[in-house]
Each structure stands twice: as structure tokens, then as C-alpha cells.
Design a protein around this ligand. Sequence first.
Ligand code: CTP
Ligand code: ZN
Length: 167
Amino acid sequence: MTTGERKDDRAGKITNKEHLVVSKIRNGTVIDHISPGMSPLVLKILGIGPGSKEAVSMAMNVHSSKMGKKDILKVEGKFISDEELNRIALIAPEATINLVENFEITRKFRVTPPEVVENVIGCPNQHCISNSNEPINSRFRISAEGRRVVAKCDYCGKKLTNLQDYI
Ligand code: CTP
Ligand code: ZN
């Protein structure tokens, strides 16, 4: 390793430790320990995108002592419902939620996968009734197989494991 590389590495860790990667928020929701690279899809799950008014900061693929690498999302001024937040477990089962009020963390919890999700996952089966012209919401039942989250279409029984490809 050259001196230059070592310096970069050390600088990255110091920045993380001192929380300079993304500044602290006054009020809102911090979603930490997101599986690396998943934060854009987490925003999609939360319905945050073009047209949204919230101030959002995102850190992708930053150093984490627990996970190696992780993503972080901070949504200022918004307290997201537990139901919405738990959908994050579909693609980032290790995510932790921190609710912040006046700069203090007032609640911290791990996401838990919901039993059923409607209109979040699209069924890849072309013949599934959820893909017909009928006004039918997609609906998947969620279960855990070991550390993997599995979704099964309530209409056609199609089983999915790489959920990030269908959100
Ligand atoms: N955070 C924030 N604004 C605040 C307080 C905390 O953005 N006013 C963020 C921190 O930057 C961190 C997360 O919320 O990303 C959790 O904060 P904290 O519990 O202080 O950190 P850790 O102890 O490292 O968390 P954990 O035990 O969950 O790893
Ligand atoms: Zn289906």
C-alpha cells in the first residue's frame, strides 16, 4: 500500500467516526445500517422522489464497523409511520430506525418485515391476475427463510427472493 492510499483510508474512517459524512438532523427520521447500495430503493419504498418536499441526505457505501459498508438516509422534518418503515426490511433487513426530536434520539428500533405488502412488489408472472387490466392491487405474503426474506404472490403463488429486482 502506498502512503497516499493509507491517508485516504484513514481520512474516510475519521470522517465516519465524527459523523461528518452526513450532518445531524434536528427533527425527523434517520435510517441507518441500510444494506450498501439500497438507499435509492429505500426512498422509493417510502414514496420519496421527484416532487417530494422533505430535505433528505443520503450516504452510500460508507464505512461501518458492524457491516463493512452501509447506506444512511436522513429525512428531516418527517416522522414516517412504523408500517412504512417496516417495508424497508424487504430489502435492508438490518436497517435501524432512529426518531430524532430536537437533536436527541427519542426512539430506536430495528425494522421487522411485514406479513403482507400491497402495491410494493410487482409480480413478474405475466399471467398473474395482478398484471391484468383488472383493478387489482399486487399482494405478497412475506416470510423469512434463514436470513433471506421471501415473498409469495397471494394470487399466483410465485415465490421471490431478490426482492430488490421487483420493487
Ligand atoms: N443522528 C442524526 N441526528 C441526530 C442524532 C443522531 O442524524 N440529531 C444519526 C447519527 O448520525 C447516526 C444515527 O442517527 O447515524 C444513530 O445515532 P447514534 O445512536 O448516536 O449512533 P450509534 O450509537 O453509532 O448508533 P447504533 O448504536 O445504532 O449503531
Ligand atoms: Zn402473481
